[in-house]
Design a protein around this ligand. Structure first.
Ligand code: CMP
Length: 141
């Protein structure tokens, strides 16, 4: 039996500014990810700090949360078999200098901070991140 998994992804402000939304969403669809929900919004500095609370205290925390609240983002709830790991493969390495050819970050990321896209890294994180942006009733069945 197939076990479907859900993950949360964010098209970050750098990618939105570069008009990469359509290209990135096309990659999700071509790779078999089902879009359960999607919205475009700008988060506040405080909301960015809450979302990335796990990184509080890291040297890049202030800069990361400034960046993530600097412009519009697109958040999507995706579903597929093995969605969490396979989306991270499609995204490529956090630092685009190490990202493989054919990945989203290889194409669109500028540097380790302005790296175009975020994806949940584990089931527990995915649950937190999905519920951060979407109420249960907003997810398509
Ligand atoms: P993301 O997948 O959104 O998860 C945390 C983010 O922190 C990461 O992508 C990067 O954008 C950022 N990040 C991680 N490590 C560094 C670093 N060493 N310097 C700057 N930003 C970082």
């Amino acid at each position: 039996m197939k076990t479907l998994q859900r993950t949360l992804t964010i098209i970050k402000p750098d990618a939105v500014r570069r008009n990469a939304i359509g290209d990135i969403i096309e990659q999700f669809e071509k790779n078999g990810f089902c879009i359960l929900a999607m919205k475009m919004l700008q988060i506040s500095k405080h909301q960015a700090e809450q979302f990335y609370a796990v990184h509080a205290g890291r040297p890049f925390f202030t800069s990361l949360t400034d960046f993530m609240s600097s412009g519009a983002i697109v958040v999507l709830a995706l579903e597929r078999e093995n969605a969490i790991a396979d989306l991270r493969k499609l995204m490529g390495a956090t630092n685009p200098a190490n990202a493989e050819e054919g990945t989203i970050r290889k194409k669109w990321a500028t540097n380790i901070e302005h790296n175009a896209i975020h994806g949940s890294d584990a089931e527990e994180t995915a649950r937190f991140e999905l519920s951060f942006f979407f109420a249960g009733y907003e997810l398509a069945k």
